[in-house]
Write a protein that binds this ligand. Structure first.
Ligand code: PMP
Length: 338
């Protein structure tokens, strides 16, 4: 399709790109699915549109209504974009540490943004989910998207991302690798691919090493948008309903450093600019590829663009301040430790 009737037609239909250089020394074919090609810039455009359409169908969101969500950015951007097109207000609660570029994007799409304390227990009234829920309860016509528990989130990927990968690989995909935030991408896409392949596609969750999903302690640090954190004072470890853990065959844990450096390598070696969740998924895909052969085809999901992180993951000063880069000259030039 080359003529869109609205921006909503620019959601989905993203390309697969063969990793010719990063994947050169491995036997399987490795393809990246470029989710930053969605018109709002990330994989979350799909979930945003799907959740808003479901809320309209169910009568939860009516003309003149307000879309509300607690989100670290991309879901908010998707919701704000779709809301702008369909004439809804958007009110987004985001953690204070969210990359500045994402906050500015939300405001550019006309959303009202409330920055909230970063790392508080899930059951605390100051947690962004509680703040978003309280706001929704007090605002007539407001609807809370609740991406973590909303079935329309994984359904978006079952109906679009999965079939696109199946069709574009002509059914030859054998492994799906994606990072897990709400789990919508992995559960919906992986669920569809398993169904389409009669159960043979292997679904691999690429997880930050401290994430609870893959067995870490929950003390997440620098990978923005994926993994499951657990505050030390939390009484309960609540996992999202959008994440169907039964779909996962394997978890591959990736350090923050590997995630960031793999994203940086992808930009330099493939011309592919992605964030640290894309870096996490790419690093996991390369680990997976070590043990596979020519009969295998890996598809790895790149959720968003590195343009969101030029002042963090792609900034040498930022990396050096974390000890990920070491100074080599008195003038402060830095050199990668890799
Ligand atoms: N990467 C980034 C940058 C994200 O914002 C998200 C969504 N939180 C994900 C990956 C994970 O997507 P999902 O919620 O579908 O698991």
């Amino acid at each position: 399709m080359t003529v869109f009737e609205s921006v909503l037609d620019g959601i989905g239909g993203t390309p697969l790109v063969r990793l010719r250089r990063l994947g050169a020394r491995f036997r399987p074919r490795i393809y990246a699915k470029l989710e930053f090609q969605n018109i709002g810039g990330s994989v979350k455009d799909r979930a945003a549109l799907s959740m808003i359409r479901a809320a309209e169908r169910e009568g939860l969101l009516r003309p003149g209504g307000t879309v509300v969500e607690g989100t670290s950015g991309n879901t908010g951007i998707g919701l704000a974009m779709v809301a702008a097109q369909l004439g809804y207000r958007a009110v987004i609660f985001a953690p204070a540490a969210t990359a500045g570029e994402k906050v500015r994007l939300l405001r550019a799409y006309g959303a009202e943004v409330h920055l909230v304390a970063d790392f508080v227990p899930r059951d605390h009234p100051g947690h962004l989910a509680s703040r978003a829920a309280a706001y929704t309860g007090a605002t007539p016509g407001a609807w809370l998207a609740q991406q973590y528990d909303n079935p329309a989130n994984p359904a978006a990927h079952w109906h679009t991302t999965g079939p696109e990968i199946w069709d574009d690989t002509e059914g030859s995909v054998t492994h799906l690798v994606a990072s897990v935030g709400t789990g919508g991408t992995l559960s919906g896409t992986g669920g569809f691919l398993k169904d389409a392949s009669g159960g043979s596609v292997r679904v691999v969750a690429a997880d930050p090493e401290h994430s609870r999903y893959g067995g870490g302690d929950g003390a997440l640090k620098y990978v923005e948008g994926a993994g499951h954190a657990l505050h030390p004072e939390s009484v309960e470890d609540i996992w999202p309903e959008a994440f169907d853990t039964g779909v996962v065959d394997q978890y591959i844990r990736v350090s923050d450093r590997d995630a960031i450096f793999t994203a940086r390598r992808a930009a330099r070696e493939e011309g592919l600019l992605t964030g640290a969740t894309g870096g996490t998924a790419l690093a996991a895909a390369l680990t997976l590829a070590e043990g596979l052969d020519e009969s295998h085809t890996i598809v790895v999901v790149l959720p968003d663009s590195g343009r969101n992180y030029l002042s963090t993951y792609f900034d040498d000063g930022w990396l050096a301040s974390l000890g990920f880069l070491e100074p080599v000259s008195p003038r402060g030039t830095v050199r990668s430790l890799l």
